[in-house]
Structures are given as C-alpha cells and as structure tokens.
Design a protein around this ligand. Structure first.
Ligand SMILES: *Cc1c(COP(=O)(O)O)cnc(C)c1O
Length: 424
C-alpha cells in the first residue's frame, strides 16, 4: 500500500507511515500480543465506513443510512458465532479493555469484588490494577501463579475465592505460557456463586482454531482483542449466553461507547472470514510448534523459562539465574538494536522493578504469519542467545543484525505491495 495521497498533503505523516511499514518488514515482531493482518483486513479497515455513524445495533440504529453498516456488523457477528461457538457476540468494543469494561459495567456495582491474577504474574491492567478504572471502582483481590512451578494454582484459587467471596473471577492472561484450564476456574466461581469472565485476548486465535481449550459455554463471559492471534485488526469482542445479552449490549452502547468504529468492525468481519478457512487451523498449530521450538532452543542455550516451557504462543524467560547482570530492559534494548522486537516482562516472584524487570516475553504469532517454521525459530533463538549473552559486544551485534536481515529476506512480509499471510 502506498501513502502517495498522504504525502501530497502531509509529508511528515507519510514519512512516519512508510517508516512503520519498513520497520515491520525489516524487523522481527516478537511482542506476543502483535500480529500482521492481511491485505484484505487492511483494505476493510481503511474503508469509507470510517465516515459512518451507526450508534445502536443492526436493525435498531439511531441514524439513517446504516444498511451497509448493518450488513458488515451482521457478517462479523455471524462469523464470530461460528468461530467460537458463542450464543451471542458483541463486536463493537473498541479494544479488549473496552470489552472487559462492557462486562464489568453490565454485571457489577461500584465496590463489588473482583478476584484476578496479579499483573506481575501475567494478569492485565483491566483486571483490577490500581492505575486502571477497575482498581479504582471495585474491590480487588489478586491470585498468583505457583512461584515454584509457574503454573496456575487452581486449588489455591478456590480457597482464596472461598475466603474473599468475589462477585466475579477473571481468568485469561497476558504472559502465561501454559494452557488455561477454564473448567477448573469455573468450578472455583461456582463454589462461591461468582461470575466468571474469561479474557482470551491473547489466545482468541488458538481457541478459534481448536488448539487451546475453549471457555465458551463454560465461563459466563468471554472477552478478547481481535488484533492478536486471531489476526482480524485492532478491536475487541464480547461473547456471552443469551441471558446476559441485553445487559452486555446496553453497557457497550450507550453505557460506555458512542458510535462503533465500523471500519474496524469491517476488519473483524474479513479477518474472521479468513480464520474460518481450514488454513487458519494450520497457522494456529504452527504458532504453538514455533513457540515450542523457540523455547526448547533457548533452554539449550542455558536460559530458564517460567514453567519450564510453553503450551501456547509465547515463552517467558526468567533471566535471573542465567544472566544475573542482565535485566529484561537491557536485553530488550540490545535485541531491538539488532532488529528483534520483544518486551521486557515481570516474572513470578519478581525481585526487580516493573520498569526494568527480570524477564523477557517472546511470541511467535507474527513470525508465523510471515511464514516462519521451527527451523527459522531456532535460528531466532540462536541470535537471541548470542545477543543477550553479550549485550555490549558490537561485533556480535553486527553479526546478529545481519542474521535478522537474512531472516527477514527469507520470510518477506510483503510481496510487492500485498501483505503475505497465507500459511500453506
Ligand atoms: C491485550 C490484553 C487485553 C486487551 O488489550 P487492548 O489493548 O485493550 O486490546 C485484555 N486482557 C488481556 C489479558 C490482554 O493480554
């Protein structure tokens, strides 16, 4: 896609947009929440629907001229129902955080109780962090992963629920490398008569493809972001049983949002259509195989992984034992310098500050989209190991940057102007 029209009116903006396109093409996107959408999703997202007000829901809009907005939203809803097997889907939340807000507003009163995973253990700001409206509006208690194993402690969670008596238990995480047993969290919620919100932001694509157990039909509410593993462009989604439909829909609009971002709803419709193709299951499987290969190779290089490995799309590296003098922030910077873009991350039992924590998190969804296989992921692990072992060595940095360049050339993101997202 060119930015010629932007360039005519605003060269500075065109430079930034082209710069971002080049950055994505010439670096390895390993932030576990990121992905590359297809040309088709990009096209839908930049459509004229950005001009249209469509407050309300299909067939019940507040403004005239919504027939095509209705068509698009109905397509997005119908495909989401097929992908995840949900009774009811709201595709209007602007992002995953707004999806969670929609559920809280629908079901909780200020002062009600949320039980959720600690941010430092892999939770999310929108699950009750003091800096987020959830932490300021509700009474929050948090659970932790087992510091020894890095796995969720389902028995401990159940006991904690019995002591705290929450109104809602939140599951679903940002930095948890293992399969989530949603049925066991549901059992803890049932024991104290609490709602269960399963926030599958990161693993929407894995759940849709059937390669991770699904909370749909188990938890009362399932929320997600649509730009992560499901690859449908920026946005959010809420799924729930029929009994909660009216409350959830009313809390998204008019409760928390105005006009829906209909161009992004169009991106969701198209991205969901792609995910219904049989190739998407192969993609999701390969995401997991690639993360496993990446993690295994890092372990061979002496790195420790939280929980000792991965079941999903990400690995969480704890640098404290293997690299006591290299905090996550230093590793992140040295890797960015050579074209590997991932993030520093807290680890369970964190002993440093959240601004320069002890871990790094690395995911494979975006690399898999551009065609990486397990061998290519092992090559990436080799580069990560060399750079993190010697973050100040200029010669190693030069060699690593050359290897990243070679990988980007072997697995191009664009073929001419079009994004490549087909996994054969
Ligand atoms: C990414 C994420 C979200 C939503 O984030 P948005 O940026 O608002 O889409 C919510 N919950 C979890 C666990 C996440 O990882």
């Amino acid at each position: 896609m060119s930015y010629d029209s932007v360039r005519e009116i605003d060269p500075a903006a065109a430079d930034a947009l082209e710069g971002e396109r080049d950055r994505q093409e010439n670096t390895l996107a390993m932030i576990a929440s990121e992905n590359h959408v297809s040309e088709a999703v990009l096209e839908a997202q930049r459509s004229e629907l950005t001009n249209k007000y469509a407050e309300g829901y299909p067939g019940e809009r507040y403004y005239a001229g919504c027939e095509h907005a209705d068509e698009i939203e109905e397509l997005a809803i119908e495909r989401a129902r097929q992908l995840w097997g949900a009774d009811h889907v709201n595709v209007q939340p602007h992002s995953g955080t707004q999806a969670n807000m929609g559920v809280y507003l629908a079901m909780l009163e200020p002062g009600d109780r949320i039980l959720s995973l600690e941010l430092e253990h892999g939770g999310h700001l929108s699950h009750g962090h003091p800096a987020n409206f959830t932490g300021q509006t509700y009474e929050v208690e948090q659970y932790e992963v087992d510091p020894e194993t890095g796995y969720l402690d389902y028995e401990g969670l159940r006991e904690q629920a019995e002591a705290f008596d929450p109104d809602i238990i939140v599951s679903g995480y940002s930095a948890y490398p293992r399969e989530v047993e949603f049925d066991r969290i549901q059992a803890a919620a049932d024991a104290v008569d609490a709602y269960h919100l399963a926030d599958i932001a990161h693993i929407t694509g894995l759940v849709a493809a059937g390669v991770h157990q699904s909370p749909v039909g188990v938890a009362d509410f399932v929320t997600g972001s649509t730009h992560k593993t499901i690859r449908a462009g920026r946005g959010g989604i809420i799924m729930c049983d029929e009994e909660y439909v009216d409350d959830v829909d009313a809390s998204v609009f008019p409760g928390a949002q105005g006009g829906p971002l209909m161009h992004n709803v169009a991106g969701k419709a198209v991205g969901f259509a792609e995910a219904l193709e049989p190739e998407f299951e192969a993609y999701a499987r390969r995401v997991i195989d690639n993360a496993t290969a990446l993690g295994d190779r890092l372990q061979e290089h002496g790195f420790s992984l939280v929980s000792g490995g991965t079941d999903n799309h990400l690995v969480l590296v704890d640098l404290r034992e293997s690299h006591p003098d290299t905090p996550g922030g230093v590793a992140e910077e040295a890797l960015e310098e050579v074209g590997i873009v991932l993030n520093k991350n807290t680890v369970p039992g964190e002993t440093r500050s959240p601004f320069n924590p002890s871990g790094i998190r690395a995911g494979t969804p975006a690399l898999t989209t551009r065609g990486f296989d397990e061998d290519a992921c092992r090559r990436v692990a080799d580069v990560i190991a060399r750079v993190v072992d010697s973050p100040d060595d200029d010669e190693i940095a030069r060699e690593a940057a050359a290897e990243v360049e070679a990988l980007c050339a072997d697995y191009p993101l664009y073929d001419g102007d079009a994004a490549i997202t087909d996994v054969e």
